[in-house]
Ligand binder design. Sequence first.
Ligand code: 5RP
Length: 219
Amino acid sequence: MLTQDQLKLAVAKKALEFVPDDCIIGVGTGSTVNLFIEELATIKGRIRGAVSSSEASTARLKAHHIPVYDLNEVDQLPVYVDGADEINHYLHMIKGGGAALTREKIIASVAQQFVCITDESKYVTMLGHFPLPIEVIPMARSYVARELVRLGGHPELRQGVVTDNGNLILDVHGLEIQKPVELEEAINHLVGVVTCGLFARRRADVLLLGRQSGVEVIR
Ligand code: 5RP
């Protein structure tokens, strides 16, 4: 029986197969990505560098002497590798458990291919058991929370967390997300929301799913 960490390591290793030579790649955030960064360090000579979705990942990349670029300096990003908190069979995701959702969504939008790396505990038929993270401008926190209640959720302020962009995170409990694209658009239209952790309009292109039986590649 493989542990969750061993499953994460298996998908982190597999993701190297999706990294083209001589390019800059997008790197996400979280414990699975931390393992991916360790693997990336072993082949760093064949990439030019990375664009990072968080200060935490940037520090890890720099510790391995992998050059980190500002996204504005980069016009081509062939691949973005990141984890997820939940992913459904259409490869729509909930992300933001690590509070990095906005930068993650920006990099994902630029990337040609989003490779999601997760263990099988994250693979679900319906999104919403994991509370949906939403990054909000601080002065809009209460207004956005009231609007989220109208949408059927139970928002909770993530205590003690300020995002890399200086904002707050509301975690919305109790949502059964039947229409991820529509809900993502509805939440993103609320004034004061920076972005929500639903990645449905820009879903993953490939899921590397760590199973007891091996890494499954799902497209
Ligand atoms: C961070 C994220 C992460 O991808 C997500 O939380 C999964 O993390 P982990 O690999 O630690 O399970 O969205 O904002």
